[in-house]
Design a protein around this ligand. Structure first.
Ligand code: 1HN
Length: 351
């Protein structure tokens, strides 16, 4: 039956009449619900550090770390303003701590990663063990571990926080608790987790002290950088990724935390990468060097010239390619382990 005149009012009346019962017709939304390919509402975005930093420093004058609990400027996807989200599943923010400050101890079911962007000598304490922060270090705070941050040295310290906040919110599975004391008592010497688990060895009678998460809190930049340098020299360079490694939980070979994968890659000088797309939207922190990201989706195109400490996001199923005239190093994270656990991860390498 395709007589438009009698059916249209019939349908409109049906929709109006059943609306009070919270009933809605699937056929009006079916195509949007089950799109032929991912149609992320997120847009690509770039935050230049030189533009963001003055606001971070002003935040340092406007509020203390203790009063703020966490003094962070959230990197919000321009298409998701007000949602504290950089992609549909991930949160990103830049956190500032100043000498003498403490960000008080708490724990929550959301997992967090830190990637150190500027300054040295602040520490984060995770379940009784402190880790000193240095630029390029990747540090984890597994779900439900006590954590606080402090800074006993000099100069501002800024890091990227990556959390699975929107994902945990989606599942309505968030719990949080504040500690009774501001800073945790130190229970183990700095570096003991790394000594136990960070050298391709593990204690003979170990259990996984943090369940699904890595027993290593800190993945120092020095070591990641050395691996990339050596591979750039001695191994074939991937035409899409340059030289790219993923961080692992040494006990499982999987991602350091169950909800977020993390990566470090080096684009050699003169690199002009082929385009790719993947279902996991990814957040990038530029560590060293300069380069360009070209991102395309649905006939739109974005061109980001990036420099050290800049941040950018490549949303799900957007086509991206990277290039660098003089070489650069990029850190990134995404929700890939969740896609993989659900069997829905897709990646395309285009030519
Ligand atoms: C949090 O605990 C930290 O521990 C940073 O540094 C950002 C954003 C939302 C909720 C908890 C931190 C956060 C956060």
């Amino acid at each position: 039956m395709n007589a438009p005149h009698p059916t249209a009012p019939l349908r409109e009346q049906l929709y109006r009449d059943m609306d009070p019962l919270n009933l809605t017709p699937l056929w009006e939304v079916l195509h949007a619900l089950v799109p032929p390919q991912p149609a992320s509402p997120c847009v690509p975005a770039l935050w230049k550090y030189e533009e963001v930093r003055p606001f971070l420093m002003r935040a340092g004058e406007a509020i203390t770390a203790e009063e703020a609990v966490r003094r962070v400027l959230i990197l919000e996807n321009p298409a998701l303003r007000g949602q504290s989200a950089i992609t549909q599943s991930l949160y990103a923010g830049l956190q500032l701590i100043l000498p003498g400050e403490v960000a008080p101890s708490h724990r929550h079911t959301q997992s967090a990663l830190r990637f150190i962007v500027e300054g040295s000598g602040a520490y984060t304490a995770v379940d009784g063990e402190r880790t000193t922060m240095r630029p390029g270090d990747f540090i984890i705070t597994p779900s439900w571990t006590w954590h606080d941050h402090g800074h006993d040295e000099t100069g501002p310290v800024v890091w990227l926080d990556g959390l699975d906040i929107p994902m945990i919110r989606f599942f309505d599975a968030g719990f949080a608790e504040s500690a009774s004391s501001k800073s945790q008592a130190v229970a183990r010497a700095e570096g003991s987790s790394f000594a136990r688990y960070g050298h391709n060895m593990a204690p003979v009678r170990h259990d996984a002290p943090f369940g699904l998460a890595s027993p290593i809190f800190s993945y120092p930049y020095e070591r990641s950088r050395e691996a990339l340098d050596r591979l750039e020299r001695d191994a074939p360079v991937d035409a899409w990724d340059g030289v790219k490694l993923r961080y692992i939980n040494p006990l499982t070979g999987g991602s350091p935390m169950p909800t977020m994968a993390t990566f470090m890659q080096k684009l050699p000088a003169g690199f002009s990468g082929k385009p790719w797309r993947q279902t996991d939207g990814a957040v990038y922190s530029v560590v060293e060097g300069n380069g360009e990201a070209v991102i395309e989706s649905g006939g739109q195109s974005w061109r980001f010239a990036f420099s050290p400490r800049d941040h950018f996001v490549v949303p799900s199923w957007h086509t991206a390619r990277f290039s660098s005239e003089r070489g650069c190093v990029l850190f990134s994270y995404s929700d890939r382990p969740v896609h993989q656990a659900l069997g829905i991860h897709q990646e395309e390498r285009l030519s």
